[in-house]
Design a protein around this ligand. Structure first.
Ligand SMILES: [Zn+2]
Length: 321
């Protein structure tokens, strides 16, 4: 029996085909209509419903590229299940290169939202009802914020066996156990019964080739694992599990010269750079607060006392050794 068509955003998508739909959100002050663009790949045969979302923070554009590359590789005629791809969820922030919405709200603190709520709440509600509530799994793509970069990593509740399994399958170099925060898509999606992988990689406002390639391969491995679309790319490498991480912060205000990068391993107390004044005089040595792997770092060298400099995660096997 042929698979039934998909209804989304007022459109009907036949099995084995692809459609781009615009889900209307609101109007700009000038009257132009604003909508969240969603591509639906409605596979030929039955299978899971999965979504990909990016740019919930409008300046985090690596995920936009990941979504587009994945879409370019998939063919609904040979696919099972249905993939919703929303490369630009915070369309307002995306246009202006801003993390937030025009009302200064963080969309990723506005879920599940409501139909009559703030602009952020309305977009959140729309995304929940049109996409999330129909899916069994979502992969939400983020980057670091505020002039920082992240080593490609999956964050999630690793005590949940399904999340743990899919994090392994995704194959980013690190999977970090973390609890979800109130108002996040992750919290709302989990409560609505969907599995959830949060991918964090690279920096805002830039394309980071490694973050994009790791993300594309990870998404493809997960879709392959779910039986939606076979992937013949490289198998995942070793995934380091961590349940504990901490930022090393600036002891002094000045100019940070870091000598470590994301992916490096460091020993506790090891020097990771210096903070100097504008004339090169050393004010402070930056030292590792713990042994582990560098999963994030600041890129902008001008730092104030207390600013986050280097994010170190402790691997689980080191913790128990
Ligand atoms: Zn983000």
């Amino acid at each position: 029996m042929a698979r039934s068509p998909l209804e989304i955003g007022g459109s009907t998508v036949k099995a084995g085909s692809r459609a781009q739909v615009e889900i209307p959100v609101s109007r700009l002050i000038t009257g132009a209509e604003m909508s969240v663009p969603v591509v639906a790949l409605h596979g030929k045969s039955d299978g899971p419903f999965v979504w990909l979302s990016a740019a919930i923070h409008g300046d985090e554009i690596n995920g936009v590229e990941i979504v587009n590359q994945v879409l370019g590789e998939l063919n609904p005629k040979t696919m099972s299940g249905t993939l919703f791809a929303a490369p630009v969820v915070n369309l307002y922030g995306f246009i202006t290169g801003d993390r937030y919405l025009p009302d200064r709200r963080d969309l990723n603190r506005s879920f599940p939202g409501s139909r009559k709520g703030s602009l952020a709440g309305r977009i959140a509600h729309l995304f929940m009802t049109e996409i999330v509530e129909r899916c069994e799994l979502g992969i939400d793509l983020h980057t670091a914020s505020d002039h920082r970069t992240n080593l490609p990593q999956i964050r999630g509740d690793l005590d949940d066996p399904r999340t743990r399994e899919l994090s392994q399958v995704f194959g980013a170099p690190v999977m970090l156990h973390s609890k979800s925060k109130t108002g996040t898509l992750r919290r709302a999606a989990t409560r609505s019964g969907a599995g959830f992988l949060l991918y964090e990689a690279g920096e805002p406002w830039r394309f980071n080739p490694d973050a994009i390639a790791t993300g594309v391969a990870g998404v493809r491995r997960v879709l392959d694992h779910l039986g939606m679309a076979p992937y013949d790319g490289a198998a995942a490498g070793t995934v380091i599990e961590s349940r504990s991480s901490r930022w090393v912060r600036a002891a002094k205000s000045g100019i940070a010269h870091l000598t470590v990068d994301v992916g490096d391993t460091v020993e506790a107390k090891e020097p990771m750079g210096t903070i100097d004044d504008a004339f090169g005089k050393r004010l402070s040595t930056i030292r590792a607060s713990r042994s582990g792997i560098v999963i994030g770092r600041v890129l902008y060298p001008m730092v104030n006392q207390g600013d986050a400099l280097v994010h170190i995660a402790t691997p689980v096997d080191a913790e128990t050794a």
